[in-house]
Write a protein that binds this ligand. Structure first.
Ligand code: HEC
Length: 110
């Protein structure tokens, strides 16, 4: 019985501390679940279709892919001054890494 209780508590403790990586934190983040939500949250407020700023839209796979593949987006997130989102808070290191990993994998439409 004691042995059973020990195993039981060992299981409870290990299940609390075990941190499963979210699919976006791996080196194969998906466009729909990981990359697109970052743009929706941080960029589309200004970079929407036919915006009055006259800037490129970043609303769908094709638009986002083109600007990520040619590195404009990543450069804009990482530069020291005048980074994007304009006048906003810099994206977290995790979010920047998600975009970089997605690019590394050839920016799949998944
Ligand atoms: C508050 C509005 C706003 C938000 C939010 C915003 N942008 Fe911009 N973005 C602009 C404007 C305006 C320009 C035109 C250049 C300028 O004024 O700096 C621009 C230009 C750009 C450019 C091309 C010129 C440059 O500076 O590199 C890129 C790339 C870019 N944005 C990416 C992004 C990304 C990626 C996000 C989300 C993380 C984002 N922007 C969020 C307003 C915004």
């Amino acid at each position: 019985m004691i042995r059973f209780l020990f195993l039981f508590f060992a299981f409870i403790i290990s299940s609390c501390t075990y941190h499963e990586l979210s699919p976006c934190e791996t080196n194969a983040p998906a466009f729909t679940d990981c990359v697109k939500p970052i743009f929706e949250q941080s960029c589309i407020g200004c970079h929407f279709t036919d915006n009055s700023y006259g800037i490129m839209p970043l609303t769908n796979y094709q638009e986002i892919k083109d600007k990520v593949i040619n590195s404009t987006v990543i450069e804009s997130l990482e530069r020291a001054e005048g980074f994007m989102p304009k006048s906003g808070e810099r994206l977290s290191a995790e979010h920047i890494l998600i975009i970089k990993n997605w690019k590394e994998n050839g920016a799949p439409n998944n």
